[in-house]
Write a protein that binds this ligand. Structure first.
Ligand code: MG
Ligand code: ZN
Length: 391
């Protein structure tokens, strides 16, 4: 009898242990981009890029028809200024006439993750660490993308991580944890999003429930591809899932981020009622976690090229508000040396994690003047909603 109890207890412990090991291994595969593989501190930019010309502060209109929100994950002021330095003192971001600061703290922690950080911007509510599109009570709350969709605007998401990853997913999915990738992929089908481009194919096709969400998307009328050039009709909805999980780092993925931004804007601007587009430079954060100056700066420069595409469109269109910000800073980056002519910087890092410091917000276009000052990340949602004229 005793022996029996012992055996069942042991079995129970063994099951718990197995489950624990399984969870740890899952967590490890998800977070491997945070591994420190390179601790270099200097960077020289071999290929400075041209930037848009200085942008006018004044706009004729004060309400935008379209909003393009670009999020550099982990991109604090040092990351921006380092990129500006190695690009010879100029960035597209630096041409944007209105600037402010966003406070990124989340509901239950002083320092946020990208789930709670993205969610605050997407739904306008502070939520708990690791949440995704849900409030502090784990209740789903409509995102700015979903509200825009309800008002017949066209909508899109572009990312250099899996499209199911925290930042892009905050705008479309509602799950109690950011790690529920397959459930998040499923949420894409509950919306009428017009365009999404990023990695994450695996979460649509290699699923525990055996469903093939790409087939289901096709049935819903989406064009589905693995490369931007796979999409034949830019006027119809499409999903481009370039990689199984995340896209390769820059320059191995080529000009995917600026090109995808350009293509998404072309498609979304065909709508009569306007559009909302979120573009994420996902891997700035990962370079910062690794304290890898080359990685984070190549990613920030690539992100700035995507900002350039958004600004070029906004300058021509005159009805588009462009907002550039971050969900939080990563790495506690400090610039301890640099040279504009030689396109170099030297950096040091206080952390391999996210930090608490406020992040900059840059704005251009109708309504851009609303983004000056210091405010909560949740106010970015509120300002966008107000400027769109949604109740
Ligand atoms: Mg992200
Ligand atoms: Zn991070």
């Amino acid at each position: 009898m005793t022996c029996k109890i012992n055996r069942s207890t042991m079995l129970r412990y063994f099951t718990v242990l197995l489950f624990f090991l399984f969870s740890v291994s899952l967590l490890y595969t998800q977070e491997e981009y945070k591994e420190i593989i390179n601790n270099d501190s200097s960077f020289t930019n071999e290929k400075p890029h041209r930037v848009v010309k200085t942008l006018n502060k004044k706009t004729k209109k004060n309400k935008p028809k379209n909003i393009i929100l670009l999020i550099g994950d982990g991109m604090g002021l040092s990351q921006v200024y380092a990129a500006m330095t190695v690009n010879g003192g100029q960035l597209n971001i630096a041409q944007m006439p209105y600037t402010g600061f966003s406070i990124t703290t989340c509901y239950d922690k002083y320092i946020t993750d990208s789930g709670a950080g993205g969610t605050a911007i997407a739904i306008g509510k502070k939520t708990y660490y690791g949440a995704l599109g849900v409030d502090a009570e784990a209740m789903p709350s409509e995102s700015i993308l979903e509200i825009a969709e309800k008002h017949s605007l066209k909508t899109g998401l572009v990312s250099t991580s899996a499209i199911t990853h925290a930042t892009p997913a905050s705008f479309i999915a509602h799950q109690k944890s950011r790690n529920m990738y397959e459930e998040i992929a499923n949420d894409f089908l509950n919306t009428d999003i017009d365009v999404f481009i990023g990695g994450g194919k695996k979460h649509f096709i290699q699923r525990k429930d055996g469903r093939n969400l790409l087939t289901e998307l096709k049935t819903k009328g989406y064009q589905v591809g693995e490369k931007l050039t796979d999409i034949e009709d830019l006027k119809r909805p499409y999903a481009v899932l370039t990689d199984s999980v995340h896209t390769p780092k820059y320059p191995h993925r080529g000009e995917l981020l600026p090109d995808a931004t350009d293509m998404a804007v072309k498609t979304l601007s065909t709508g009569k009622k306007g559009f909302f587009l979120m573009v994420e430079g996902s891997q700035i954060d990962w370079g910062c976690h690794q304290n890898n100056t080359d990685y984070l700066l190549l990613e920030t420069l690539d992100f700035d090229k995507a900002v350039g595409k958004a600004l070029e469109f906004a300058v021509k269109d005159k009805n588009t508000l462009v907002i550039v910000t971050a969900d939080h800073e990563t790495g506690g980056m400090a610039i301890v040396g640099g040279n504009f002519e030689k396109h170099t910087i030297q950096a040091k890092y206080a952390s391999t994690k996210h930090t608490a410091v406020m992040v900059p917000v840059f704005a251009y276009g109708p309504g851009a003047d609303c983004f000056t000052g210091i405010y909560q990340n949740t106010d970015i949602f509120k300002k966008m909603k107000l400027l769109f004229g949604f109740k």
